[in-house]
Design a protein around this ligand. Structure first.
Ligand code: LRH
Length: 490
């Protein structure tokens, strides 16, 4: 009897990890075997990812797994969305990939949509307008490089290609390009031609849950690796996170809380009508034919940046503890303001924002963290109400997953302001979803419905219930602030 082991490679904007998993007595067991830092740096005029280093870290992690006595594993890869690698006809990358936070796409939406209306693009794709979508990145791409490009590979697809020699374009992540047609399920010719790329430049589209292949033999000459079968999972980290959500509640929504906060519902049919367009909701594709109807919120990126600017003097847990000692709601901040996407200095940006809007300026690490937590919670609550109106039903529970689900303070604030039950955990939902798709592909679990029951029983999920009348009118005041209806200077 050979014990089956699954490995999730989950790489976010700030860190990557390899997580080993087994199914023991109908419960998922997880073990982190390797963790490494990720981040972009300015190279040749652009903020870029060090993709070779990320791949080397995966191989180092696999060596550790072999050393631990596992000789054969299956493995899935998920990463952040929208970014891509340009590959030449020899199969070599032309340059390190540019990060979606690079300044090159500032104003690109306006430039591209002068003669191609937003409404048209939205009706075709159902994807939210974010200036870093692949569509706008390709629009700003170096034309000479594009001419030399044989294949455009999304980040996780490129990693899979380097590891196996086989290239595919997995659909959950491909949907974030804003170039897939909702109706046809294929790249849209018109949108492709707008940015001078051809359909043949993308490897063939595949669904989440297809076998990619085995590790290339030549990698084993440099590394001591186990037999590894790679499965193309839901390669967009957020799609994996949604699969890895327990789905507790009658009418539940999810909040995948990491570098970004992705809040929304899982739908079986897309929702790209007038109201969804106006509210800039997205219909990213989920695993197994679902749609991730959601909104991007700036998320823990703000906290990650503050932590870095404080020279990593405090851990995330320490920052949360300091925040606990401060009162919430001392100032209103539109956390989704573009100015927070990649400021030179996050702390000064927040302080300048409060100064300009005539509000109390957060100074200490605790005050800064509390200001961010308070306003993220307000933003979540506001979006849940918007979701209710678009979907035309009342969401009764919010499943918070990802690293941010460990922040009890935010879970409680969100439950109270939004007046919903919050279920927090698992914090490794992305890795869990990655592994679930592998297990379904291998026939170890039947479907996502059963997988979610397994998830509910495998991890401690904490419930937070709303406190009645704790912060009267706070959400309404925040809405008025966002709509510029209240002037804090007055
Ligand atoms: C989260 C995420 C998100 C995308 C962004 C680029 O890691 O994948 O879903 O919008 O990064």
């Amino acid at each position: 009897f050979m014990e089956k082991v699954y490995v999730a490679v989950d790489i976010g904007a700030s860190s990557g990890r390899l997580i080993l998993s087994k199914l023991v007595d109908h419960k998922l067991k997880l073990k982190e075997v390797h963790r490494f830092k990720n981040g972009f740096a300015n190279v040749q005029g652009h903020d870029r990812w060090d993709i070779d280093k990320l791949i080397a870290e995966i191989l180092i992690g696999l060596e550790k797994i072999k050393k631990a006595g596992y000789n054969a594993v299956t493995l899935g890869i998920d990463t952040w969305a929208v970014d891509y690698v340009l590959v030449d006809s020899q199969g070599k990358k032309l340059q390190d990939p540019v990060s979606y936070r690079d300044a090159r796409t500032e104003g690109s939406i306006e430039r591209l949509t002068t003669d191609l209306p937003k409404k048209y693009i939205y009706q075709k794709t159902g994807i939210q307008f974010l200036d870093f979508n692949t569509l706008y990145q390709l629009f700003e791409e170096d034309k000479e490089l594009l001419a030399k490009t044989d294949k455009i590979m999304m980040i996780p697809d490129y990693i899979g290609y380097v590891l196996t020699g086989t290239a595919v374009t997995e659909v959950t992540n491909a949907s974030t390009t804003q170039m897939l047609s909702l109706r046809e399920g294929l790249f849209d010719d018109h949108l492709l031609s707008k940015v001078n790329v051809k359909e043949s430049q993308f490897p063939k589209l595949v669904e989440a849950g297809t076998v990619l292949g085995n590790l290339k033999e030549e990698l084993k000459t440099t590394y001591d690796l186990p037999e590894t079968k790679i499965i193309t999972v839901a390669t967009h980290d957020t799609a994996s996170a949604v699969v890895g959500t327990p789905g507790i509640g009658q009418r539940w929504a999810y909040l995948s809380s990491g570098t970004w906060s992705l809040i929304g519902a899982e739908l079986n049919t897309p929702e790209n009508g007038e109201q969804a367009f106006r509210e800039n909701y997205t219909n990213e594709w989920g695993a197994y034919g679902t749609y991730r109807f959601l909104k991007n919120i700036m998320g823990l990126w703000i906290i990650q940046s503050i932590k870095r600017e404080l020279h990593d003097q405090y851990s995330f847990v320490e920052l949360a503890n300091l925040a606990e000692q401060e009162p919430p709601f001392q100032q209103f901040i539109d956390v989704n303001d573009q100015r927070f996407q990649n400021p030179a200095n996050m702390i000064s940006e927040i302080q300048a924002y409060c100064q300009e809007t005539g509000q109390r300026i957060p100074i200490t690490p605790g005050q800064l963290t509390m200001a961010v937590y308070s306003n993220l919670s307000l933003y979540y609550a506001n979006e849940l109400a918007i979701l209710d109106t678009i979907l035309n039903y009342r969401i009764d529970s919010l499943n918070i997953v990802g690293g941010g689900s460990n922040v009890k303070l935010m879970n409680q604030l969100t439950a109270t302001i939004a007046d919903v039950d919050v279920y927090a955990g698992p914090s490794e939902a992305t890795a869990v979803g990655n592994i679930i798709v592998q297990m379904i592909t291998e026939g170890d679990i039947l479907n996502v419905y059963l997988a979610r029951r397994i998830i509910s029983h495998s991890f401690e999920i904490k419930k937070f219930t709303p406190e009645k009348n704790k912060y009267p009118q706070i959400l309404q005041k925040y809405r008025d602030f966002l709509a510029n209806k209240i002037d804090m200077k007055g």
